[in-house]
Design a protein around this ligand. Sequence first.
Ligand code: HEM
Length: 520
Amino acid sequence: MVAMVLYAAIIVPVLCSLYMFHRRRCCKHPLLRDYPILGMLPTVLFNLWRLHDFFTEGLIKHGGSGDLKGPWFTNMNYFVTCDSRNVQHMLCKNFDNYVKGHDFREIFEPFGDGFIAADYETWKYIRTLLHSLMNQPRFKAFIDQTVQKKILTSLLPMFDHAQQLGRMVNLQDVFLRFTFDNICLTTVGHDPKCLSIDFPVVAVEKAFRMSDKSIFYRHTVPNSVWKLQKWLQIGQEKKMTEASKTIDEFIYSFITSKRKELRKCTKEEMKEVPLDLLSLWMTEEGGCEHNDKFIRDFAFNFIVAGRGSMASTLTWFFWLVIKHPLVEAKILEEIKDHFKTNEKKNDEYGHGFDDLKQSVSGEVLGMEEVKKLVYLHGALCEALRLFPPIPIERKQAVKVDILPSGHRVNGNTMIMFSLYAMGRCEETWGKDCLEFKPERWISEKGEIVKVASYKFIAFNAGPRSCLGKDLALLQMKMVAASMLWSYRFQMAEGHVASPSHSFGLSMKNGLKVRIMKRDL
Ligand code: HEM
């Protein structure tokens, strides 16, 4: 017995020292204090309430990059960076060496083989196809008309109703509902009508929110924990399974009905099919030959890509604009200068659409019209710089590489880059980087200043950059212009804006506002 205790007294410290030595070797550039066994977890938990700002400060203090180590045995170890040279290297120059990887696909399992989680040939194939579909003028015209109708028939009437009743409205919830209806119309041609005056609970929209939550949860615990929960079907994993079932039923029902309709069509009739993305894809050469699961993954990924990011940007944009009345005044002045002195002409969608515009109160501008609103564009870019909807992205190195900052990454190193911190770097944005200044986006000639995408990173950079960037900016300008033109918004008393603990950068407790009609 005594021998055993003596043996343990020698072996345990030796093992601990070896472990510490190994840990120091692997963690040459610690970002935070590395505690025995628990790693950097205690410091992260202590600062959870201001995580993005905390990481921004830490990264800037350490020259833009460093190691983040999770507890022992969890394998939650990352190289973290906000150095735009590293990001340019990973996303553009040495793109092939940095993939989403197997771990990402496991965590993002509901995304299946869709473009968000896929790598290599599968990703390349879908990207090429999407690029050609999204660039068709008739698809852009379809989105333009869909958004205008949605603003006129759902968004503005809902604000009118709330304003008449003197009700507070949670703008974040409104934008999530609006963008969900809108992206469902764009993807499958169906309006789930989440945005209406009674704020209904729509099962499939609720399921998408739950799926977001579950994927975030998987980032916060070791893989073994959520996998065990999934196997036992308990906790958040049980909710994920239920949400996936609802989402799948929703998407598969459209795939089945579209297949049936298309089978009946002659070649000539094919040209007249609806212009939603799924119909367009399924009428492409070979489009119908993909199996249902492949088309389901495609639709799921597109709905996710087009939903949360716009809702998040609009929420932070309105919060910033409400806090900066001078910016609001300049946006209104710009709209007035361009449109309110002349008769607006917008008859390209025919009589039916014009009749609709006559029959509802409120104003809406089309995509061609909002292109002229440079200051509003700058204000939205500023919101995206300070509050990128996807605040952190992850990549996995395939082979050993030396980053421009001098850090070495090994094959399989997990890398995170903070888009949030990159928008707040003094070297890129100057001493006033924390200020909301739409003017920084406008040149002396009155044009939008072009910033390299690996610096203005909200839409990602390189071959995997956002395919919906231009459409998203135009749609958000249409929404913002029509809302600001007709209403004034006042923040609820005592409202504190802080990011919630979620995968996207949403606002904790939403954005509650009082609405007043604007007299111009
Ligand atoms: C404010 C709005 C938006 C922001 C900030 C944004 C941002 C991003 C980011 C950061 C990525 C890279 C994701 C990754 O690889 O992990 C991405 C990809 C993508 N986005 Fe957006 N997005 C927005 C709106 C949209 C909209 C409205 C659409 C579609 C109508 C869209 C379509 C796509 C597509 C198809 C990709 C995949 C590109 C690829 O993997 O090759 N996005 N977006």
